[in-house]
Write a protein that binds this ligand. Sequence first.
Ligand SMILES: Nc1ncnc2c1ncn2[C@@H]1O[C@H](COP(=O)(O)OP(=O)(O)O)[C@@H](O)[C@H]1O
Ligand SMILES: [Mg+2]
Length: 283
Amino acid sequence: MIVLSVCNHKGGTGKTTTAIHVAAALGLTGVRTLVIDLDPQGFLTRTLDVEEGNPDRTVAALFDPSVDPQSLAVQHVSGFDVIPSSNSLTKRMRELNKPTDVLWVREALQRAELGYDLVLFDTAAAVTVYSLNALVASQHVLIPVLPEYQAVVGAEQTYQTTELVEDKLNPMLQSRTFLLTQVDGRKRIHRTYQQYLREKYTEIVLDNVIRTSTSLAESREGGTTVFDHDSSARGARDYANATDELLRHIQRVEAADLSPDPGPEDGSIDPEDVPLPDEAMNS
Ligand SMILES: Nc1ncnc2c1ncn2[C@@H]1O[C@H](COP(=O)(O)OP(=O)(O)O)[C@@H](O)[C@H]1O
Ligand SMILES: [Mg+2]
C-alpha cells in the first residue's frame, strides 16, 4: 500500500485542493484510494460535505488505542473514500506531547487491514503532532507549492522537515515531490520561482503544473470535485496529468528501492542504507 502525505508548512498553497483532486484522479484510473483528513480545521471534510459524526469514528480514533481502525466511519465520495477530520483533534493535541505520540497513525495503519492501494493524508499548514504523524506513516510526500515567495519558503522548510523525519523517525520515507499549483504563466514572479525550484530540485519537481482555474475554486462549493462537474475543464486536465506523473514517479521509486535489497523482514531498515536525497536525485 502506497502512503502519501500532502504537506506544506505554508497555508493556501493548494494542499487540500490537491489532496481532493489527486484522490479523484486516482479513483478514475481505478486506484483504490483512501483520504485521511489530518487537518484539525477539517477543510477537506467540509469541502466534500462529509459528515463528521461521532468523534470515535473520525480521524481522532486513530489516536485512541481502544478503537478498532476498521470501525472508522469511512465515507465514499467522488471515486474515493474519506476518513473525516474532527473538532476534537484541537483539544486532543495538548495531550499528545510524548515523543511516541508521532507514531499513532503509522501503528493504526499497520493494525488495520485496509483494502486500499493508496492512502493519502491532507495536513495542516503547521508542523504539529498531526502532520508529523502523517509523515511518519508515509513513504512519499507531495509538496504543493504556489510559485511565490512565502509558499516557496514553506515548501523548502517542508522538504527539510521530511529529511529530518526520514533521518530520525521514518527511514521508509522514500521520496518527496513538488507540485506547482495556482500557476499563472502571465506573472513574471511565477516564472521566476518555477525556474528556481526546477534548477534546485531538478526531477523531483513534477513537469505538469496546476494552473489557476476557476473550475477548481468553483467545484469546492458543491461538495464534489471538478471531475464531476466538467472533466474537460482545465483544472481536471491539469490534475489528471499531474497525478499520472506522480504515480509513475512513485512506482519508479518503489521499484528502485525494492529490487536490490528489500530490507529486514519487519520493515525497519537501517538509516545508513537509505540514499541521501542528493544521491536519490542523481541516480
Ligand atoms: N489551481 C487553482 N486555481 C484557483 N484557485 C485555487 C487553485 N488551487 C487552490 N485554489 C484555491 O486557493 C485556496 C487555497 O487552496 P487550499 O487547497 O485550501 O490550500 P491549503 O490546503 O494549502 O491551505 C482555496 O480557496 C482554493 O479554492
Ligand atoms: Mg488545507
